[in-house]
Design a protein around this ligand. Sequence first.
Ligand code: PEP
Ligand code: CO
Length: 451
Amino acid sequence: MSADALFDDAWTPSLWKEHNAGQQPTWSSEDDLSRAINELSGLPPLVFAGEARTLTEQLALAQDGKAFVLIAGDCAESFAAFSADSIRDKLRVILQMSVVLAYGGGVPTVKIARMAGQFAKPRSSDTEERDKVVLPSFRGDAVNDFAFTADARVADPQRMIKAYNQSAATLNLMRALSKGGFAALGRVHAWTQESIAASAEGRRYDALANEIERALRFMSACGIDPDLELALREVDVWTAHESLLLDYEEALTRRDSISGDWYDCSAHLLWIGERTRHLNGAHVNFLSGVKNPIGIKLGPTTTPEEVSALCERLNPARQPGRIMLFSRMGANEVSKTLPPLLRATAGLPVTWACDPMHANTFQHESGYKTRRFDDIMQELHGFFDACIAADVWPGGVHVELTGENVTECLGGTEAVMGSDLEQRYETMCDPRLNARQSLDLAFETAELLRR
Ligand code: PEP
Ligand code: CO
């Protein structure tokens, strides 16, 4: 099938089924699956097409060097860790990071949360073995349960309905907080968590918040009331997740009544993972037909030909803001592997961003899967260096974090040591930055932006 055929009227939300779909669960039964899909297909969309179009416009600014994109949130959201506090705390960190970046970088921060839909995970193996017992791998709460028992690991399609409901509730609170006053710039001090207020990062943030408050007071003195300025009172926090579980994504894909175009209404931005970005695979086919902005993860084995072919397939009309490329090369690889890809996309409408997390994961001697903060920063530096050398705007950063005081990644200004990992290791999947490490990263990134 030609690239053109994929983008014309022949595309339908179920066309992906004619292509090879990696990383899909073996569901408990076809009947269970159809029941769940029928129900999901009748449920309201989580986001609206017009919002996805607005985000595309904002990403087009990032592509032009007029904005910086922050994508952040859990590696995998969980049914168990679902609470108003955890949603609010993640949002606080994202708001804090975004003011640090905007203040330091001098350009607006486009805020995208890996929240309200990040429930499905790709796995390196279909099965997991412990003490000679082999069970299906955990594929995210939208598929099966984390517990290591045969019952828990059954892929139950009803879990997609639960993921939808939790996404709806999460998004509802996110919208309330971002539009209802919580995110107003005048509350910049109130976003600091008590647990980090006294830390080095907390104090550094406090100093910046003081400067912002002084600027707001100056505006008031000039007769501008910050409470009446929409841009200072409300923020947009968009949602994104990996478009992995194609049964779920298809069921939430709707035709927009205004434009007639298809949108995947499960989130504003959807990305394709490193393991499923095959040009002729089901995931690329699916996202080629929806008009949302699309992310593509690119690991160290990516070839220049692959990147340009993916950009052509997913954005034949060359629409600005449609494609974000997430470089996830590894701290030691980025300076070698990224430059040829940057050259391959010269002249193409793409926004380059760095995911400094996913190629820096390793197993600590204690058995925990972790990442070193220093490696994460080294990859970010390498990304910025490569972009500057290629005359490409370093358009964003994509990180895994939580608002809690977890001990999952090593290092940071107040260093988490190997022996600390067991204290609060709570992730169901990859290790996340805690609130302090996230702020640390934002300050360093702001300095890189200032260069
Ligand atoms: C992720 O973002 O959680 C992920 C699995 O990333 P990648 O596809 O880059 O490995
Ligand atoms: Co991850």
